[in-house]
Design a protein around this ligand. Sequence first.
Ligand SMILES: Nc1nc2c(ncn2[C@@H]2O[C@H](COP(=O)(O)OP(=O)(O)OP(=O)(O)O)[C@@H](O)[C@H]2O)c(=O)[nH]1
Ligand SMILES: [Zn+2]
Length: 362
Amino acid sequence: MGLAPDIVETLARARADLRMGVPIVLTGETSVIAVAVETLSTDRLAALRALGRDIVLVLTGWRAQTLKARAYDGDVARITVPDEVALGWLQALADPADDLSTPMKGPLTSVRGGNADPHRVAVHLCKSARLLPAAVCTEVANGLAFAAETGLTAVPLALAAPLLGAQSPLHSVVSARLPMDVSEAGRLHVFRPEDGGEEHYAIEIGRPDRSAPVLARLHSACFTGDLMGSLKCDCGPQLRAALAQMGAEGAGVLLYLNQEGRGIGLANKMRAYSLQDQGFDTVEANHRLGFEDDERDFRLGSDILKSLGFGAVRLLTNNPAKVAMMEASGIAVPERVALKVGENRFNRDYLATKAAKSGHLL
Ligand SMILES: Nc1nc2c(ncn2[C@@H]2O[C@H](COP(=O)(O)OP(=O)(O)OP(=O)(O)O)[C@@H](O)[C@H]2O)c(=O)[nH]1
Ligand SMILES: [Zn+2]
């Protein structure tokens, strides 16, 4: 490898640019300049307009459905941005916060035909940057030359597209002894992905036998529940109960996966909470924001288990999708161990929605 960034590194740069409100250039047969709506400034919108080309707002199919806009591209919709509209118009379409107080946002005109692949990549990158899944895009004649002139990050679409759904390889960084109240024989392992994304952790309790199924939990980070004692979910009690059971049995492994908010990030989860206060349930809130109800990829859990030498787990979960995804990615799950703790009057409806809509076992 030379000194220049490869495609994985270029994508990491692109995500960082989007988070700062800097546009990126997606280059290919059709090249597109893209910027995330959430971080777009008035000045940059004016600079995009000064290029003199049509501008579109790209939303996911879910967000388009809420706005009653046509999604001719299936999973995404390209909405025509009229010349006279201000930044607030784009923000109101991207962010459902005021949907109820201002329900009439249309009529919206969706673009039909042409190549939506660059737009799809733009929205995907906004999601993986943990921003609202909405981008403003405009075509540019020679993307590579434009990026070179302006100093913007150029992302070659042909190289980027196959990587978007892929799980980045993880590498073990360090592990050290961690005596804990549930067991003095604790050990914390840190794993780092190659794509500049979040680190994930494994807490090993005791010395689990690698030749037998290990008591395991794949725990997705929940700042509010795990650390703040939030009553809106059951995460904190589940975390502590799982560790306590591992301590009591003398062996186990808990993966602490940094997939806050089922993979949408804390800011978006708080947006979802705000929608829940307006009467939407946890699944509807994700959809109104433009996300799938669950954006997590549990293959990273199976990658970590394999790298620690585990091939079979007794999985502590109420979520059959976790079991299915473990088995599909090469970790046997001979037993599911139920983890029913922490129900209260604030999370009763949330847990009932997960059972009714996401297949969680009661
Ligand atoms: N988007 C969103 N995420 C939420 C909400 N409430 C909790 N979460 C997140 O949901 C995830 C819960 O993770 P887990 O407890 O590991 O997963 P689970 O699918 O409930 O399955 P089990 O607990 O194993 O039965 C955490 O990342 C929380 O941050 C919510 O209302 N909206
Ligand atoms: Zn939680």
